[in-house]
Design a protein around this ligand. Structure first.
Ligand code: F6R
Length: 251
């Protein structure tokens, strides 16, 4: 595992975009596992800028998103499908047919999970999985629990997540209570994992994930078992780790 310390959100975003760019250049038909939320917005902006300069080509890239709210349609401006179009897909030359995201409107949970798992398997796995982290240690919408969920499943969002995500909605009552998410096994099967984190709110979760016990009570802690993980985080998100005097070679 490598931890890259950055001064702030902008530097985190540029560094993360650099790692994604390297992947895209080395393998133009890469399968990118993508995330939504506040953390990756700057990374996507940077990728768009480099695409516009002619440095990046998305024409053969395939993307598979981590999650989607259950009950939200792709045209709803709070859906993750909308987020991805607005923050990345509409601005680069990715082929819409090569972008995948769970269908939040599918009521048949088993059917949707099976469909999504099939897509991941058919794509041959994920080359680079971009992750944010919840302040409760969730990755994707794999919430703290007493076991690790393997593949795509439907989750009941925890109150902490509903409250954290309420900032994007007019009221907390509008935040969906369930979501489809890829599972821990899907994430862990990615060849390379890139986790980004910024701000003090993430400091405790990041510390527990990287240096605490490996437990489903902190889902991101499973990343300690992955062979190829890059963490790009700003000083505030790393503040709890810096306190334990971790060997400077790590940062
Ligand atoms: C989003 C996702 C979530 C977020 C996490 C952090 O697709 O899978 O795990 O990465 O909730 O969200 P932000 O970046 O908004 O702090």
């Amino acid at each position: 595992m490598r931890i890259y310390k950055t001064k702030n959100y902008d530097e985190m975003s540029r560094k993360a975009a650099n790692i994604i760019s390297a992947q895209m250049i080395l393998k133009p038909e890469s399968v990118l596992g993508l995330a939504t939320g506040s953390s990756p917005i700057g990374t996507y902006k940077q990728l768009i800028e480099w695409y516009k300069k002619g440095d990046l080509d998305f024409s053969q890239i395939r993307s598979i998103n981590l999650d989607e709210y259950k009950g939200l349609d792709a045209s709803n401006d709070q859906s993750y499908a909308y987020f991805m179009r607005h923050n990345l897909f509409d601005h680069v030359n990715i082929q819409p047919a090569n972008t995948y995201i769970p269908n939040g409107m599918e009521k048949d949970v088993e059917k949707e999970c099976a469909r999504y798992n099939k897509i991941i398997h058919k794509l041959g796995g994920i080359d680079l999985q971009l992750l944010g982290i919840g302040s409760n240690g969730h990755i994707g919408f794999n919430e703290p629990s007493d076991s690790f969920a393997k593949e795509t499943h439907c989750v009941d969002l925890t109150n902490a997540t509903i409250q954290a995500n309420a900032r994007f909605f007019d009221s907390i009552d509008e935040v969906p209570k369930q979501a489809y998410t890829t599972g821990i096994k899907n994430i862990m099967n990615a060849k390379h994992i890139l986790l980004i984190a910024n701000g003090e709110k993430k400091a405790d979760a990041l510390y527990r994930s990287l240096f605490g016990p490996i437990t489903p009570a902190c889902p991101a802690s499973i990343l300690q078992l992955h062979d190829d993980v890059s963490i790009v985080a700003d000083e505030a998100a790393l503040s709890e780790i810096i306190k334990i005097n971790v060997n400077e070679d790590w940062l």
